[in-house]
Structures are given as structure tokens and as C-alpha cells.
Write a protein of this length. Structure first.
Length: 511
């Protein structure tokens, strides 16, 4: 039985169609994937479903009956609930208050806030997802990103007695989650499906779609390209539908072996979040960094960048000591960093491409100190942009007009301009569509083949397995295991992460 039927959906912005006669049919009780590259029309379709945008034309039926959808109130009354990758939480408030935001808080005697009932209702919402490790009174700021996502899903369950939830729309819900946190989310989705609800799952991660979804719909350039059962659809078919071209190898192969051992030597790195981490890397080696969320992955990259003070430890790069003091010194030492939050930490969104790419290269762009040649700036940006296959109207286009994948390419263009010997990557493909993702993988591999060492911190386990030579697992700021990636699969790596966590907690209790 079809729960939701959208047909002939068209939306035009300033003469440019964002959606053109697109359609989407979601079966009752199913998990339905919606996929497409950035700019394919997914976000516009979600906004229409949420009542935030009015289409130029559309036919919508719910359980075969025509319905009205012209406002967020209509969407709520129809039973549509939305969970976005931007968590939109209030960290200063507790879990219960965040769950109940947007609903009337329960009162005693008509005016006093009934905390006991509020916590009880929040507990019921959490229990509906099978989440028993989060307490309603806990401040949101104390929760991991994954647990905050579970709270947002619980908020969609809260107060559904007047308008029962029929369809949960999840937009890139695992973009900021670790592998272990994603498992909790998948369990919650299974609970929702068991309750009879449907889930529209928007994601760039094909492995997730193949694992948890029943059907998949692909949009390209605003038009419907394909819909089919996941079990009868191959990964390559989805990629071809999204990009319009065949992708023969998701993971660019290494074209030359790693160079001499000891090109990078880190010894006893110790900080507030790290405890005596030591490792070495061969020239051109790609080493993955993983573990449960918040176990020191980001802290390790920040320490090597000089953005977090070290209490002890040393870095030797290509035979020369590199004092780790600040990011500027790291850049001068041929260390480049691409942050996990590109808009907050990497880009100047309202400045143009040329300014963003050339930011650390300004001293060499002028004939006189303090003066920058705009002509040279644009020429360098155009050259580096071509090397990373940046899609734009030119160096003068503002960065915030680009897709997430092309914004990420700006950061790679900036990095390769410095010819780095050590590249630090924090979630380099987060929120990036599949086409741009392959371009980024090719860039990483190309830099590796030229001798750049890469530390790749990622919660995407297939990404680690496909790109890395070795993978290290951190627990509570300690390097507990480092191993060859060859021969591992995602399930085995996840099991090792959990095993490492259990052993670490056992050792901590024993001490």
C-alpha cells in the first residue's frame, strides 16, 4: 500500500527549474531512500513536503486520498516529521525541554511547569525509540552528537496523540555521527518501521542505503531518474543514476608504493585530551583514525596542527623537527589541515572563491609587502581550482553559492597550493554527494602518490577501508591499536572498535 504519492512536482526559481515533473511514491511501513547529487532537487522536495515552499505544480495523495499541503501546519497535521542534519538543539537546556520544544509544556494549576510530567513524557518518547541510556534531565551539552540526534528523533515522537506521525523525513542524519552512533540511529529507524511508520531517508552514503532501505529513488537535475527495490539495485546502478556516468572504481587504486618508513614520526603526544600517542608513517602513506565518537580523533589532528596546546611530545617531518606551536607555524612546516566543519572552520562563505583559495598564499601574490595583486590571486585560484575539478562560474563567485562538494574542493585547492608533506583530514566527505566524493578520493590518492602523508579521521568505515593503508583506533585519547586495512571489512572494523572500547573501560575500572 502506498502511503505518500507525489506526482508532477515542479518548482522554478528565477527561470531555473529546481524540480521538473518529479515524482516520489513511499510505501506504508517502508524505509525509502532519496538520493542525488547536490543540486539534484532533494532539498527543494523536502521543503515542499514540510510546507516551507509552494510548488508551481504538484499532485499529492496520502493513502490514495488527495490532501492539502500549503504550510508547516498542514505538514504536521498530515503526520510528517522532519529530522535535519543540523541538530537545532538548545545545549543549555535539558533533554526533556529540547524534546518538548514547539509544544505546550505541561502545567500544574494552570501556570506552574509540571517537571515530573514533562520528564515522564520525554521518557516515553525516548522509550519509543528503545533509548534507555539518555536521562530526560541531562543537559544537552553533555550528550554526544549521536545522542543529540536520537533526542531530535524522540522530539518527533513527542506529542503525536493529536496528529500521529506517519512519515519521518531524515535529511543526512548520520553526517556527523560515528559508526557506533549510526548503529543506534539504525536501531531507532527499525523501531519506527516496526510501529508502522514510514521513513524517507535522504543520504549520500550508498552503503547505508543498501543496508537499511527497502526502496530507493534517485533525482538528477531536478528530474526523477529511477525508483526500485534496493535488493534488486546495485551500487553501481545508483551511482550511474546519480551522476549520469559509470563509476568503475569507488576507491582510486594506489599507483606507486609508499616510500621510506619514518617520514613522519610522532612521539609521546600528550595534551588535555591525548595520552602519550606515538606512531610513524611512511612517505605517501594514508593512515585512518577512528574510534567511538569523542575518543581523541579530532584532538589528534588539532594537536598536530598546533591548534591545541601539547603538554609533551614531538613531531619530526621528513627528518626535520617541527615545533608544534600554532597553525601558522604548521603551514610553514608543510602541514595542511581540512576541518570537519568547513563553513565554520574552513571557509569565508560570503567571500569569493579566489579569496578563499589563496588565503594562506597572499604573501607571494604581491610585488610589495602588504599589497596583493588581484590578477595574480584570480590566476592562482583558477589554476588550483582546475587541479581539484572545482565547478563554478569563476574565481569571483561567492563560496556560499557552491554545493557542499565544491566548497570542500576549495579547501583542497588551498591545501595543495602549499605542497604539503603532511595532510590532516577531518571527515573530508561529510555532506558531500557521490560525484564530488569520488573527485575528493582521487585528490587524496593523487597527493599520496606524490609523497604526501595523510591522516584521515573519519566515521565512514567503508571510506577508511577503501582509502587507507593502515587504521588506528583511539580510546579516551590513547592509541590502542593500529593495523593494516587490507583484509578488513566494515563489520570487522566496527567489532574491533567496540572491542577496543570494552577493553579500555575494563582497564580503566581495574586501575
Amino acid at each position: 500500500m502506498t502511503l505518500l504519492a507525489l506526482d508532477d512536482v515542479t518548482k522554478i526559481y528565477a527561470g531555473t527549474p529546481a524540480l521538473e515533473r518529479a515524482h516520489l511514491h513511499v510505501a506504508a511501513g517502508s524505509v525509502h531512500a532519496l538520493m542525488g547529487e547536490n543540486g539534484a532537487g532533494k532539498s527543494t522536495l523536502i521543503k515542499i513536503l514540510a510546507g516551507l515552499e509552494r510548488p508551481d505544480s504538484m499532485s499529492i495523495r496520502l493513502e490514495a486520498e488527495p490532501v492539502k499541503l500549503e504550510s508547516p501546519a498542514d505538514a504536521y497535521a498530515l503526520g510528517f516529521r522532519f529530522i535535519h542534519q543540523e541538530l537545532n538543539v538548545v545545549p543549555e537546556l535539558g533533554v526533556a525541554e529540547n524534546i518538548a520544544l514547539g509544544y505546550p509544556f505541561p502545567r500544574r494549576f494552570g501556570f506552574a511547569l509540571d517537571w515530573r510530567r514533562l520528564h515522564r513524557l520525554a521518557r516515553q518518547a525516548l522509550d519509543g525509540l528503545g533509548v534507555d541510556h539518555i536521562r530526560p534531565e541531562t543537559p544537552m551539552a553533555q550528550l554526544s552528537t549521536g545522542d543529540q540526534m536520537l533526542v531530535r528523533i524522540a522530539a518527533a515522537l513527542y506529542g503525536t496523540s493529536k496528529a500521529p506521525a506517519r512519515l519521518y523525513v531524515m535529511d543526512e542524519p548520520t553526517a556527523a555521527l560515528s559508526g557506533a552512533e549510526s548503529e543506534k540511529l539504525f536501531a531507532a529507524i527499525a523501531r519506527l518501521q516496526d510501529s508502522g511508520a514510514s521513513v524517507l531517508y535522504v543520504s549520500h552514503r550508498i552503503e547505508e542505503v543498501m543496508r537499511i532501505c527497502d526502496q530507493v529513488t534517485v533525482l538528477r537535475d531536478g528530474s526523477h531518474v529511477m525508483t526500485g527495490p534496493v535488493e534488486q539495485t546495485s551500487r553501481d546502478q545508483i551511482i550511474a543514476a546519480m551522476t549520469g556516468r559509470e563509476v568503475t572504481n569507488a576507491w582510486p587504486p594506489r599507483t606507486r608504493p609508499c616510500g621510506p618508513e619514518g617520514f613522519v614520526q610522532c612521539t609521546n603526544l600528550t595534551s588535555r585530551e591525548l595520552s602519550g600517542i606515538s606512531f610513524s608513517m611512511a612517505r605517501g602513506e594514508i593512515v585512518g583514525v577512528t574510534g567511538l565518537a569523542g575518543m581523541g580523533q579530532g584532538a589528534l589532528l588539532q594537536a598536530l596542527l598546533g591548534a591545541a596546546p601539547l603538554r609533551n611530545g614531538s613531531l619530526v617531518l621528513n627528518g626535520r623537527p617541527c615545533p608544534i606551536r600554532n597553525p601558522a607555524r604548521a603551514w610553514d612546516s608543510a602541514i595542511a589541515y581540512i576541518p570537519g566543519e568547513r563553513r565554520l572552520q574552513g571557509l569565508m562563505p560570503r567571500r569569493d572563491i579566489a579569496e578563499n583559495i589563496t588565503l594562506p598564499h597572499l604573501p607571494r601574490l604581491g610585488r610589495l609587502p602588504g599589497l596583493v595583486s588581484r590578477k595574480r590571486q584570480e590566476a592562482l585560484a583558477a589554476d588550483l581550482g582546475r587541479q581539484v575539478r572545482l565547478k563554478s562560474t569563476g574565481p569571483c563567485q561567492p563560496a556560499d553559492q557552491l554545493s557542499g562538494g565544491n566548497q570542500q574542493k576549495i579547501l583542497f585547492a588551498r591545501a595543495i597550493g602549499g605542497n604539503p608533506e603532511l595532510l590532516l583530514l577531518d571527515e573530508p566527505t561529510r555532506g558531500v554527494d557521490v560525484g564530488a566524493r569520488f573527485d575528493i578520493y582521487s585528490l587524496i590518492r593523487s597527493m599520496s602518490d606524490k609523497g604526501t602523508c595523510t591522516l584521515l579521521a573519519s566515521s565512514d568505515l567503508p571510506e577508511l577501508l577503501g582509502m587507507c593503508d593502515r587504521i588506528m583506533i583511539l580510546h579516551r585519547g590513547t592509541l590502542v591499536r593500529i593495523m593494516e586495512a587490507q583484509g578488513l571489512d566494515a563489520a570487522g572494523l566496527l567489532a574491533l572498535i567496540y572491542q577496543t572500547a570494552r577493553e579500555g573501560e575494563k582497564d580503566a575500572r581495574a586501575s
